[in-house]
Design a binder for this molecule. Structure first.
Ligand code: BTN
Length: 261
């Protein structure tokens, strides 16, 4: 597949980890789990042109048709005693958002925790899976699964997504080179994950957030909370003021209740 050659041509040949490109997989995240079992090194990436069973957050399916998207899993070995593991997903979100902005020439926003958005519609979702050494109770690997809607046209999304999903092509008005974008995403992930600088990361996440400053409805641990999103704390949690108290939500689903400003 030329896709593989084109990505490798645009990437630093000395980077750690191989890049595997497949025509069709059940799920790149599942494939990455097997690569880890077989001793994959940190920085190994698997990309598929389509997925039969792409996994989304909260058990949802991720729409992964051929020829128009990027479905990628990036494997990171988590060193013993690594700091800022809780910021991995946020860091990946920022890396992908920056890569999209540069290659597609648009200005994306991040909906907490890490959906990448343009004009209130979703361009990209990220699903991170941590694997642990249960004997020693330590996290050993992170699989960062990234799904980007790249070259879909308006009518290409199924009914259940057509009001909420968009693509880089729709957002920018032109087709986007998937190999160039894949290479840029990998390079940005290599850089950001090598050394997570938490203060700088939180500052940039706040600047790109389309959740902060909004009335939000959060579903977390089976409960629904309504409040106002104030900011992001040092661990990537969303700071929300609700019924006169302030709380930090570390995981959950957010609905933006009304337009900003
Ligand atoms: C979400 O927004 O719900 C997260 C979607 C993550 C989808 C990506 S596509 C590549 C990787 N492999 C999967 O099966 N899922 C992730």
């Amino acid at each position: 597949m030329n896709f593989e050659r084109d990505i490798n041509a645009k990437i630093n040949a000395n980077r750690q980890g191989i890049i595997i490109v497949e025509r069709s997989l059940s799920s790149t995240n599942l494939y990455a789990e097997n690569l880890i079992k077989n001793g994959a090194e940190s920085g190994t990436v698997v990309i598929a042109d389509s997925q039969k069973d792409g996994a989304g957050r909260r058990g949802r399916h991720f729409f992964s048709p051929p020829g128009v998207g990027i479905y990628m899993s990036y494997i990171m070995l988590v060193p013993k005693g690594a700091q800022h593991i809780e910021l991995l997903t946020s860091a990946a979100g920022l890396a992908v958002s920056n890569a999209i902005d540069e290659i597609a020439g648009i200005r994306t926003k991040i909906k907490w925790p890490n959906d990448i958005m343009h004009n209130e519609k979703k361009l990209c979702g990220i699903l991170t899976k941590l694997t642990a050494d249960t004997l020693h109770n330590i996290i050993t690997h992170a699989i960062i699964g990234i799904g980007i809607n790249v070259n879909q046209a308006d009518g290409d999304f199924p009914d259940e997504l057509k009001d909420t999903a968009s693509s880089l092509r729709i957002a920018s008005g032109r087709e986007c080179d998937r190999a160039a974008l894949s290479a840029k995403v990998i390079t940005e992930l290599d850089n950001i994950l090598r050394n997570i600088k938490s203060k700088q990361l939180i500052k940039e996440l706040c600047e790109k957030s389309c959740t902060i400053g909004r009335e939000v409805e959060l579903t977390t641990q089976g409960k629904s909370i309504r409040g106002f999103a104030l900011g992001i704390d040092s661990k990537g949690g969303l700071i929300v003021s609700s019924a006169e108290k302030k709380l930090v939500v570390t995981a959950g689903e957010v609905i933006h209740c009304r337009q900003k400003g």
